[in-house]
Design a protein. Sequence first.
Lengths: 332, 336, 300
Amino acid sequence: MAHPATAQAPGVRIDGLTVVYRTPAGELPAVRDVSLTLEPGSITGIVGESGSGKSTLALSLLNAVQPPGRIAAGSVEIDGLGDVARFEGERLRKARGAHIGYVFQAAQNSLNPLKTVGKQLLDLGRSHGVDDLRGLVREARELLGRMGLDGARVLDSHQHELSGGMRQRVGIMLALVLNAHLVVLDEPTTALDMITQANILRIVREVHAERGLTTLVITHDIGVVAEVADRLAVMYGGRLVEQGPTREVLGAPSHPYTRGLITAIPRLTGDIDEARALPGRPPTLVTVPKEGCVFRERCALRMDVCDTDDPAAAEHGARVVACHAVKVREHA
Amino acid sequence: MITGNGITKTFRQRGDVLGGREVRALRGVDFAIPRGGAASFIGESGCGKTTLGRIIAGLETYDEGEIGIDGTSMSPLTPKQRQPHFRKIQMIHQDPYSALNPTRTVHQTLGAPLALRARQTGRSRQWMDERAAEVLSLVGLDPGTVLSRYPHQLSGGMRQRVVIARALTVDPEMLVADEAVSMIDVSLRLGILALLKDLRERLGVSVLFITHDVATARYIGDDGELYVIYRGQVVERGPVDTVIADPVHPYTQSLLSAIPVLHGLERPGEQPVVPLESLDESQPDTGCLFARRCPFRSGRCESERPALGATRGVPQEHACFHPERRSVIARPMSGV
Amino acid sequence: MSVLLEGSTTSATMRRNFWRGVWRVMRRKPSRLAGAVILLGFAVMAVFGPMFYPEHLPRDLAAGVYAQPSAEHWFGTDGQGRDVVALVVTGSRYVLLSALVTAVVTVVLGAAIGLFAGFRRGRWDTALMRLTDMKLTIPGLPLLLVLSTIWKFGSAVEMGLLLGLLGWGAVARAVRAQTLSLRERGFIEAARGLGLSTTHIVGKELLPSMAPYVAMNMLIAVTGAVYAQVGLFFLGVLPYEADNWGVMLNLAVFGGGAMTTTAALPYMLAPLLAILLLTLGIVLVVDAMDEIFNPRLREE
């Protein structure tokens, strides 16, 4: 296995990725024709509701989409590794963990309840052929200490002895301990309360900077992305509808869905009636429109063309937006 | 009017041979929620807010203190006698998936409490059907399409609406909503919150909202009261907007400081407060419960516990020896 | 108003939908249909089969004893020259009736005790579970052996009752565990908060959620009961009074020497095949229970 010494902060280029799931109604796309670039050293946040395809997209980064799902088209190029969408077997297993760290949803169920954290760490090390297990433990303890935990104590603990915030930090440690420089965090703060969430987000930011990582955060909570991400990508019905620098997108959202999501957030100050609910409900794999724009049924800017043509993602400065109405406005 | 005085609750966890650990979930809590009013309990998970909500809904017993429902004290009553009083307070659970029986249709789910009521008041089957349709319309669902459905055929948001409709079948005086939107898709959350707000206005139902998300609490009842609960004690209590804009307790300030800032739309608060340590309930209970984590603690805080009360010049009640207003929340950027 | 009409006919509609759902679930896998056909066949055999034969089966003197299979006697004849197939058919009523009684007693007692203990908790729970523990420690077979010395088990219902009274412990334990976890669910709590009666909560909310489980246990109890009583008769601790597959096995092995010579082999195989087929039918149908009682799986 070649060890790319220059693996510091790899860039990732997802191009035309389509992931389909086999259902009784045929193969349906959970992610459709998504192109997204993660710049080396950046934090990208993907926001979406249930059924938006955000978790499937994240799993594609590890080529870990489980049957009945499969990557049907497109590529996932990771610097120093190649197109992981083509990886198989042992090569794929080695890439996960060693190059790509994955932190599961709030780390609730990803730890083995019967083994101490330390034992699981050693298992991880052995399965990746780490010779210096002492060094691995030292590294783990340092990482945990960096995140404000008593490393030795945590390694001796079982899952049930750790609080939600501690588990999440253990998850981050396990994702980083093999020196991965590409990290995917899936819903890192779901089920955590505000203060713990703020702590975890601060840790994500700091560790990201200190270790020189490329980070992808998957969440349904715009607030989480607003706190940590440099770039924001919004998914809806398997499509990437808008992406751009976080502050720009939040300050002046282009896509009607992004705008709807932001206006639906109740705020701490100002007139409470400014917050407005988005009509309709998010589509599922089965109900997502087969042709035309996936968002049209809930859209205030719907035009005739939206029923027939799926809007292509078009660049508007630093922003990429897939919407007919936005295109019309730009050209007007 | 629902009132509580000095409510305490201690859970005894069954432990090993040496005896179990005691968890003091509530340490003497007072509250008062007027008819048609709104109140919110906020705090970290494990602070006791859910236990208090369950006690108020009659789903959990309390050790000491007094709960009054429309002037009737619950303490001297037997569980059977309490039941009709507590029925006026209906709980909306966090998880709309487990709150509905998967083997029963919406019609059956609403039918059971309606049948009970029809029997008690001598009303007809037709009244039941009309009432079922009525409560579904109240929560914004179309009775014709929803009645014959099983829960799995409904989305999370629709399920939560059915749960609310079920609560309305008994004409409740108050709804207790415990994190009622946290498991619902983001774009649908506001719809549920708006529904609760709407029910308050249209039916005069009071709403007790239990959450760690202060902004949603504000949305439901900006005219109500906010109770900030920390380790079983109310540490700050006052009108929602006052507590949010000018919190005086360092714990409230930490909670509000932790709310993500929508950079690009908002600028961060000027004096954010970050707790010194994370919550560790195994620490001794002497002095102020927050002292160990508090950046502003003094010697007095470690030996003496402040009680909830008012001080001059502070509009809200608080339990702190060193109350000081700090502006911690994010503000909208000018021009947006 | 359409809503009202729907309301008044709902229970009939729902029943129709349920059976339509059952049919859909059964059709999903051919194996399930095969299982159902097997079970139906056994039921018909037990109910009507014995009617086609005289009280005392005739001896076929032309074929002789332990005759080999032929067009006339598919599984040959027994030690007295009686047709083996006829013996299996006439014996099935006792076997299946007692197994059914056992299953019903096991499930009704087990579910009732489990539900009550789990729902009431506290003192009732402790008392009932102690009772269950004690019952579980009583070794079944030795007790049956002792009982058989004083009781002749001439009636299938008696046999079934006894086996049922011995067998409910495991079901009670499992149902109690399920009840304990279900009662913490939101919908049970909501039902209590709405002031619904305990009868409603147990009968309409808890029990339907456990239906697949209870139904599975019931079917499995049938196989257990068949094995238990056939075993008893085979061991010969019970008198040969009853026509029973176990008696056939006993006679084939100890009387006909089926284990050593081939003559009585078909005589032994016939009841064994019947038991095997019955078990197969049950196993195939059990597979459908989860989907039948879960509305989500039923409709999909």
